[in-house]
Design a protein around this ligand. Structure first.
Ligand SMILES: Cc1cc2nc3c(=O)[nH]c(=O)nc-3n(C[C@H](O)[C@H](O)[C@H](O)COP(=O)(O)O)c2cc1C
Length: 163
């Protein structure tokens, strides 16, 4: 299978999981990049399901059959940056594995919202999982080991699906 991981990360924890995953699987890795340099997450757009401006070009996923989509969770929603990808990318008939990264243990509401948006685009969801990212006042270094293990766990999950 030809695979890619597309992720957004504001404070680096999602990125650390994504990078480890890509190292382990050889999936091509694409980071969604903000067009603006605002430091605060775009919460209004996130909560209302709108997008946030991203640098172009967006990832070219034409040749990938399996795509992992990974986003931080903000206020029980996937990020506005991920919404932009979902609005613009052609995901029809692709196998999609959804990953949410949040401070909480369970993010069912956010993951249901994420799944519904992906299904609207005609993508076929093959699985989903959530991992713990940064909590308030935590530094990346403190949780590095756990994030790397999450990347490895994700790689294991995806490779099991293709066996
Ligand atoms: C404004 C804001 C809202 C958040 N809301 C949630 C939430 O609803 N559920 C959750 O589990 N984590 C929430 N978090 C925590 C982030 O999802 C978590 O820190 C995430 O790992 C950040 O990813 P990143 O380091 O890749 O940017 C929130 C963080 C911020 C800044």
């Amino acid at each position: 299978m030809k695979g890619a991981i597309v992720y957004y990360s504001k404070t680096g924890s999602t990125e650390m999981i994504a990078k480890r995953f890509a190292e382990k699987t050889g999936f091509t890795s694409f980071k969604l990049e903000d067009r603006s340099s605002k430091t605060q997450p775009p919460m209004f757009a996130t909560i209302f399901g709108f997008g946030a401006p991203l640098k172009e070009p967006l990832p070219d996923l034409k040749s990938c059959d399996t795509v992992v989509l990974m986003t931080p969770i903000w206020a029980w929603h996937p990020s506005a940056q991920m919404n932009t990808l979902l609005k613009k990318a052609d995901l029809k008939d692709k196998k999609l594995f959804l990953v949410g990264v949040g401070a909480g243990d369970s993010n069912e509401k956010a993951m249901n919202r994420f799944s519904r948006s992906v299904e609207k685009k005609g993508g076929k969801i093959i699985g989903s999982v959530t991992y713990k990212g940064l909590q308030l006042k935590q530094g990346l270094k403190e949780v590095e080991q756990r994030l790397l293990e999450s990347g490895e766990d994700l790689a294991e999950k995806i490779s099991k699906l293709s066996r």
